[in-house]
Design a protein around this ligand. Structure first.
Ligand SMILES: *Cc1c(COP(=O)(O)O)cnc(C)c1O
Length: 369
């Protein structure tokens, strides 16, 4: 089975498992795990921030950051398809009691103008009936908008504007290192635009667990309290941090391979009749495409694909394919051939008209015959 569902599908390599097995450990929540401490220093340095904090995953980094930056009933601005709004189970509302104000954009990269419009909807002036806008979130790269990359000047502009408006700024940098590799920009230059930022080790970096949040010493010491409150404090977490350190040493530059594979995949898919690829030159490792022209439900399309050994996922009305460490160029070719086979079959005259709506099991029988 070839899985392009997500770059979270990566399994730790043998060498990473060795590093994990050999990790020196201590008590993480007392600040005494030497491997975690090494990782925190390394990431703080990478991101040019004063301090950093270790977490099991990225979702809790967003919750803790929002909690640290805001007070209940504040407004948090984020792009309308951001992970914080669309994929965190409404957790910011539960853990911080905030209102989310979506910012409109095409590619996840919004402008000062769009922030101004969002702020205009929230509050025109200090006014008893308006909620307080307090925080702006950006996502680098933008997951549900096709792994798009904020260029440094675009990011600087919106963050400077937000600061002038009295907003704190936070970066969901789950795939920040994909942006770094794709744009040849230093991580600290991107991170320097925002007050808080985290990176995920379980996406393209291929570790089984771990995320690191960074900011000022003051921000991190406050965030540490919330990490405890949310149940995020750990003990001998060096066994996880060792996988993250290994990933920083061995899995960053190779992200370029994933990007090249995504570009190749997008181009090959766009050559298949009935498939509409959203962006034939994706910025990083995420490809979105549409099968609505085939007159088939995307769920049925995905089930068929899976029966022939290829897994992909659905986001909204589209299908998402993500390249990563565990898929080679040969795997991509196999995936393209499978999409092509399924598509040809669905487009064939035999299936038009009355058979189009038949059960998946029937399609499977027809396809096998
Ligand atoms: C995956 C992801 C998260 C959540 O990270 P987990 O480590 O899975 O909790 C947050 N934001 C973005 C953009 C993501 O892609």
């Amino acid at each position: 089975m070839i899985s392009l569902t997500s770059d979270t599908e990566t399994k730790p390599t043998h060498a990473m498992r060795q590093a994990i097995a050999n990790a020196e450990v201590g008590d993480e929540q007392k600040g005494e795990d030497p491997t975690v401490n090494r990782l925190l220093e390394r990431v703080a340095d990478l991101l040019g921030k004063e301090a950093a904090l270790f977490f099991a995953c990225g979702t809790i980094c967003n919750f803790v950051s929002i909690k640290t930056h805001t007070r209940p009933a504040d407004v948090v601005l984020a792009e309308q398809m951001s992970h914080i709004i669309r994929a965190e189970s409404g957790g910011a509302a539960l853990t911080s009691g905030v209102l989310m104000e979506p910012i409109a954009s095409e590619r996840g990269i919004f402008t000062v103008d769009a922030i101004e419009q969002a702020l205009g909807r929230v509050a025109t002036a200090p006014y008893l009936y308006s909620a307080n806008p307090r925080l702006l979130c950006v996502e680098q790269t933008h997951n549900f908008r096709g792994g798009s990359v904020w260029r440094l000047n675009e990011l600087r502009e919106v963050c400077e504007f937000s600061r002038q408006k009295g907003l704190a700024t936070h970066m969901d940098g789950a795939r920040l290192l994909n942006a770094v590799v794709a744009s040849q920009t230093q991580a600290k230059d991107f991170a320097n635009c925002v007050d808080s930022v985290w990176i995920d080790f379980t996406k393209g970096l291929g570790a089984p667990m771990g995320a690191v949040l960074a900011g000022t010493r003051e921000f991190i010491s406050e965030a540490r309290r919330y990490k405890h409150i949310f149940g995020g404090a750990m003990r001998q977490a060096g066994i996880i941090a060792a996988g993250c350190l290994y990933a920083l040493d061995h899995h960053v530059e190779r992200l370029q391979e994933d990007h090249d594979n995504a570009t190749y995949l997008a181009r090959r898919l766009s050559e298949i009749e009935g498939i509409t690829v959203q962006d034939t030159k994706p910025d990083t490792n995420i490809v979105f495409f549409d099968v609505s022209q085939l007159g088939i439900d995307k769920g049925m399309f995905l089930t068929l694909l899976q029966q022939y050994g290829v897994k992909m996922g659905a986001v909204g009305q589209s299908i998402r394919a993500v390249t990563h460490l565990d898929v080679s160029r040969a795997d991509i070719n196999f995936a393209v051939d499978t999409v092509s086979k399924v598509t040809k079959f669905l487009g064939s005259a035999a299936l038009k008209a009355e058979r189009r709506d038949c059960e998946i099991s029937n399609i499977k029988l027809l396809f096998a015959s």
